[in-house]
Design a protein around this ligand. Structure first.
Ligand SMILES: Nc1ncnc2c1ncn2[C@@H]1O[C@H](COP(=O)(O)OP(=O)(O)O)[C@@H](O)[C@H]1O
Ligand SMILES: [Mg+2]
Length: 360
């Protein structure tokens, strides 16, 4: 759907073609078109972006980016979706994902000359600990960018180390590294561009096929298995040296200015915190962040600016974390700061009720 959405947007905005979406009759599928914003992107006159864009169904929203600021926002949103919906990711996985997402989306802005920018969509499979993202543009395509007339050969070249259309400014590691991260994790990497498709799975050599129907632009699809613990170290090697991305998502978004503490600002999450499901997403996020905090340090949860929280969220987040961790671990791993007396009372009560209920 994402490549289709990208092309339809291009036709509507630049070729004066209008589309009307006849929504699927099956309610579940219809809901999917709405929640992912596919319906909106295809037929914006009749469908809107759903007003609630909380973390829950965000894991399937198609996002568009046309400049560096939007690209930054889109990558952060995708990373947040991962934290909300998956547990057991470690910092290595998050770094690998963050790095690949940045590289692939950057390619759209740097090379594609796409009149509609790029679209990105991610899915998470929490049971199997797999994450998939897809990035599509309606640009010139990889063969033209690399000036290689054989399309299959162009895709094979593009994923080699150091291959770039501009050696002076670029390193040519983006597709090479992303392909390695995806395939070496046990996932899959695919590119469709113009008249060729490339697929790379596990440790097999990449395969290319000729496409009868060309894709006018580039689609990159990356499926990563997040169970292999030393993924980053093994997969991201340039010039035969391991590459550790220095400034990752956790550092950008969840570290305080001194760089010493990991911190979660509750007021930034409160707009989402209506339901129990939203509470569960936040609990997942706290779990994931904790796996990135060194064992002798605490995750700081800052309540500054928060004057009330619903009791179901207090239970879903803090009651359940307390029950799961036990009092000693809860106290030694989490530090709740900036908390006012009302909120403190609500959290105390949620923890107390949980403890009482679990004794029955
Ligand atoms: N979305 C895209 N559209 C057009 N060309 C692309 C796209 N993504 C990658 N390319 C081509 O593939 C080459 C390799 O990409 P990459 O490995 O990220 O290296 P770099 O971006 O450093 O050049 C690019 O130099 C460019 O020619
Ligand atoms: Mg690149």
């Amino acid at each position: 759907m994402l490549p289709l959405v990208t092309q339809l947007t291009h036709f509507r905005e630049n070729k004066d073609v209008d589309f009307t979406l006849i929504p699927p009759k099956r309610e579940k599928l219809n809901q999917l078109f709405i929640n992912t914003h596919w319906a909106y992107w295809i037929d914006p006159d009749h469908f809107s972006k759903t007003s609630y864009d909380g973390p829950l169904h965000l894991h399937r929203v198609a996002l568009r980016f046309s400049n560096a600021e939007q690209q930054y926002q889109a990558v952060n949103k995708v990373m947040d979706i991962l934290l909300n919906s998956m547990t057991g990711l470690n910092r290595e996985h998050l770094k690998a994902l963050d790095w690949s997402l940045n590289e692939i989306t950057d390619n759209v802005l740097s090379h594609a000359k796409s009149p509609v920018g790029g679209f990105i969509q991610a899915s998470t499979y929490s049971q199997s600990k797999r994450v998939e993202f897809i990035v599509a543009d309606a640009g010139i395509g990889i063969p033209e960018s690399l000036k290689i007339s054989n399309h299959e050969k162009a895709l094979l070249e593009a994923i080699k180390e150091g291959i770039t259309n501009n050696k002076e400014t670029n390193q040519g590691n983006g597709l090479f590294g992303s392909q390695r991260v995806a395939s070496m994790s046990g996932g899959e990497f695919q590119i469709h561009s113009c008249r060729a498709s490339l697929q790379s799975k596990q440790n097999n050599p990449p395969e290319v096929t000729k496409q009868k129907i060309p894709y006018p632009g580039t689609v990159v699809q990356c499926l990563m298995d997040c169970t292999s613990p030393r993924l980053l170290e093994e997969a991201l090697r340039f010039n035969n040296k391991p590459h550790d991305p220095p400034f990752d998502f956790i550092e950008r978004e969840y570290t305080d200015q001194s760089g010493e503490h990991m911190i979660l600002h509750m007021n930034e999450h409160l707009k989402y915190l209506g339901s129990r499901e939203a509470g569960a997403a936040l609990r997942n996020k706290i779990f994931s962040l904790l796996s990135c905090v060194p064992p002798d340090k605490k995750l700081r949860i800052d309540f500054s600016g928060v004057s009330v929280i619903s009791s179901s969220v207090a239970d879903e987040v803090f009651g359940m974390l307390f029950q799961e961790f036990g009092p000693m671990t809860f106290m030694s791993r989490l530090e709740l700061t900036g908390i006012d007396s009302t909120v403190r009372g609500l959290i105390d009560r949620a923890i107390l009720l949980r403890t009482l209920n679990s004794k029955r």
